[in-house]
Design a protein around this ligand. Sequence first.
Ligand SMILES: Cc1ncc(CN)c(N)n1
Length: 228
Amino acid sequence: MEQSFSDRIFKRVEPLWNSYLEHPFVKGIGDGTLDVEKFKHFMKQDYIYLMEYSRIFAIGASKARDLKTMTIFANLLHGTMNEEMDLHREYASKFGITKDELEATEPSATVTAYTSYMLNKAQSGGVENAIAAVLACAWSYNFIGNELATWPNGTEHELYGNWVKMYSSDAFANIAKNCIDLIDDIGKDKPEHELKELEEIVVKTSYFEYMFWDMAENISMWPVAQTV
Ligand SMILES: Cc1ncc(CN)c(N)n1
């Protein structure tokens, strides 16, 4: 059987995605040992990241060439803003952070760089760039969630269990599958040089995902303390 475009992409990013599972922040969520201050920083940064990530779905819907693709992007947008971001709002309320405070979070260097890259790629290309820009985000979180759900207590930890449950859920697996199906559909008739460009977007965003875990682990914002 012929290899799908998503199979080809997965082979390329698999070593990098496996390294997420060795990352101290990800391991800390899975075994419940993560410092809560690191998790709070992550949640806040992830919330504003998801606002920009949602924009990519809107760009995808606007660039789609058929109603089916438009509908998939619209559903992905709805799912992110209403279900995934609800998880963040629930955590924030546990931590005494209001929704307004959450939304007013100042983006770190990593979030700024990552979202700028995604938006640039989605805006400058066709609908295929939009889907390539979000593929690693949706798929790698499901990849991580599925793995952590197999760890002892992974889904049961009183604080981090809900995070693992969300990203290993059928609903989230469906989000990842929609993105995978879209890239496979879109990749079918593309020449090799265009496939390479799309693959490169997934590789770069996968590196940014690693940098995001580092940012969370180190509670980092910008390289030097702000003086202005
Ligand atoms: C940084 C990041 N990447 C991906 C996801 C999963 N939507 C997320 N919440 N945050």
